[in-house]
Design a protein around this ligand. Structure first.
Ligand SMILES: NC(=O)c1ccc[n+]([C@@H]2O[C@H](COP(=O)([O-])OP(=O)(O)OC[C@H]3O[C@@H](n4cnc5c(N)ncnc54)[C@H](OP(=O)(O)O)[C@@H]3O)[C@@H](O)[C@H]2O)c1
Length: 212
C-alpha cells in the first residue's frame, strides 16, 4: 500500500518510517521543510512531499491508499495551534482523503480523547481537539482506525501492548510500540472502523489487535 504519513518527521513518525522500511508498504512522508527530506529517506521513506496541514494537502496525497495522521502541534504551543493542527489540520486531511477515495485513515489520537471533560483540566483543550477530529473521522464515511495511546515515552519498544476500547486508569507506552501498532493496523483485519486505547502490556501487538 502507498501510505501518506502526516507528522513523518515527528518522533512516532520517524520510528514508523524505520519500521515501514522492512514492510511491503511504501511510505510517503509529509514534511514542512525540504531539508528534512534526506534524513527521512535514509530512515525508510520511499518519498517525501512538502506540505503543511494548515493548507490544502491534496496534491501531496495523490495516489495514496491510506493515511496515517501522526502529527500534532506539540506540548509547547498554545491552545490555538492545537486547534489549528490537531483538530483543523486533521479535519482537512480527512475531508481530502474522502474526496480522493482513499481507503483507510489511521489516526493517532490520545487516551482520554473519548471523554475530554473527564480528563485533567490542563489537558482538556488538547483532548477536545483530538475528540473533535476523531468524531469527524468516524462520521466521514472513510474506513477508519483511531489509536489512542497512553502517555508516550522514549523507552525502547517491547512489541507488547494492552489494547481495549476503554482501558482502566492511566498508562504509558514507548513511541516505538505505537509505531508497531500503526504498522500492524495497515495489515489488520480486525481494526477497521474501530477505536481503541493502547498502553504497554503483556501481549504481542499482532495478537492484541487480533483479539480486539
Ligand atoms: N505526548 C504524549 O504523551 C501523547 C500521548 C498520546 C498521544 N499523543 C499524540 O501523538 C502524536 C505524535 O506524537 P509525537 O511525540 O511523535 O509528536 P512530535 O514528535 O511532536 O511530532 C509531531 C509532528 O507533527 C508535525 N506537524 C506539526 N504541525 C504541522 C503542520 N502544520 N503541518 C504538518 N506537520 C506538522 C511536526 O512537524 P515538524 O517536524 O516539521 O515540526 C512533527 O513532525 C501527536 O498527535 C500527539 O498529540 C501524544
Amino acid at each position: 500500500m502507498h501510505v501518506f504519513i502526516a507528522g513523518a518527521n515527528g518522533q512516532i513518525g520517524q520510528l514508523l518510517l524505520r519500521a515501514m522500511a522492512d514492510s511491503d508498504h511504501e511510505a510517503r512522508a509529509l514534511i514542512r521543510h525540504p531539508e528534512q527530506g534526506p534524513d527521512l529517506q535514509q530512515l525508510g521513506a520511499t518519498e517525501t512531499v512538502l506540505g503543511d496541514l494548515e493548507h490544502d494537502c491534496s496534491e501531496a496525497m495523490k495516489g495514496c491508499d491510506a493515511v496515517i495522521f501522526a502529527a500534532g502541534s506539540g506540548p509547547h504551543t498554545g491552545p490555538d495551534k492545537t486547534i489549528d493542527v490537531d483538530h483543523n489540520g486533521a479535519v482537512q486531511l480527512i475531508d481530502t482523503a474522502r474526496a480522493m477515495g482513499i481507503k483507510h485513515f489511521i489516526m493517532v489520537s490520545s487516551m482520554g480523547a473519548g471523554a475530554p471533560e473527564s480528563g485533567p483540566e490542563k489537558l482538556r483543550s488538547y483532548l477536545r481537539a483530538k475528540h473533535g477530529a476523531d468524531e469527524h473521522l468516524k462520521r466521514s464515511g472513510l474506513t477508519y482506525t483511531i489509536v489512542r495511546p497512553g502517555r508516550l515515552t522514549n523507552d525502547e519498544g517491547t512489541g507488547k501492548v494492552a489494547v481495549s476500547e476503554k482501558l482502566e486508569g492511566v498508562g504509558k507506552i514507548p513511541r516505538a510500540d505505537v509505531a508497531s501498532v500503526l504498522l500492524a493496523v495497515l495489515d489488520s483485519a480486525t481494526t477497521a472502523n474501530r477505536v481503541f486505547e493502547v498502553v504497554s502490556g503483556p501481549t504481542p501487538v499482532g495478537e492484541s489487535l487480533a483479539q480486539l
